[in-house]
Design a protein around this ligand. Structure first.
Ligand code: ATP
Length: 135
């Protein structure tokens, strides 16, 4: 049963319910910076950036994952993340992430006229997050 300190956390991606359960705290990266959310947070919504998600469970256990953008709705008793993509460390193909990182870095360095810098920057961020989360 959920303790007094815990809230309901749901993380949904286009292809699955990534996580559903209670948590005492959850950390993630938003456009405004890193946030740590406890129960009874002031209700708000935030846009996410690719980064490491850390779920703090009752009893001190932690779970980490790579979370790649989307948005989060924070309510007093629940937190719902709608993410573009998310992976547990064991699901990450590190070689693929390294190649994506190299592609994004090459694009950013080439400064082509048709470069979409935000898109390249986000691709780089996703790749770096995956490499970090897989460790
Ligand atoms: P790539 O250029 O390698 O496709 P990407 O950052 O553009 O990387 P996304 O659009 O974020 O990829 O993800 C598309 C799908 O592929 C998602 O379901 C995501 O979880 C999965 N995915 C992407 N990269 C990896 C990886 N390195 N390991 C495992 N799954 C991955």
């Amino acid at each position: 049963m959920a303790s007094e300190k815990s809230f309901e956390l749901r993380i949904i991606t286009p292809d699955r319910v990534f996580y559903e359960g209670s948590a005492e705290m959850v950390e993630m990266d938003t456009r405004e910076g890193a946030i740590g959310v406890y129960k009874s947070h002031v209700p708000t919504t935030c846009i996410l950036r690719p980064g490491i998600l850390t779920i703090h469970l009752e009893g001190g256990e932690e779970k980490q994952a790579a979370l790649h953008g989307g948005f989060v709705e924070i309510l007093k008793e629940s937190v719902t993340v709608l993410a573009e993509a998310a992976e547990w460390p064991g699901e990450i193909d590190v070689e693929r992430a390294k190649q994506a990182k190299e592609r994004a870095e090459a694009r950013l360095q080439a400064h082509n006229e048709d470069l979409d810098p935000l898109r390249a920057e986000m691709a780089l961020r996703r790749a770096v997050t995956r490499i970090k989360a897989a460790k």
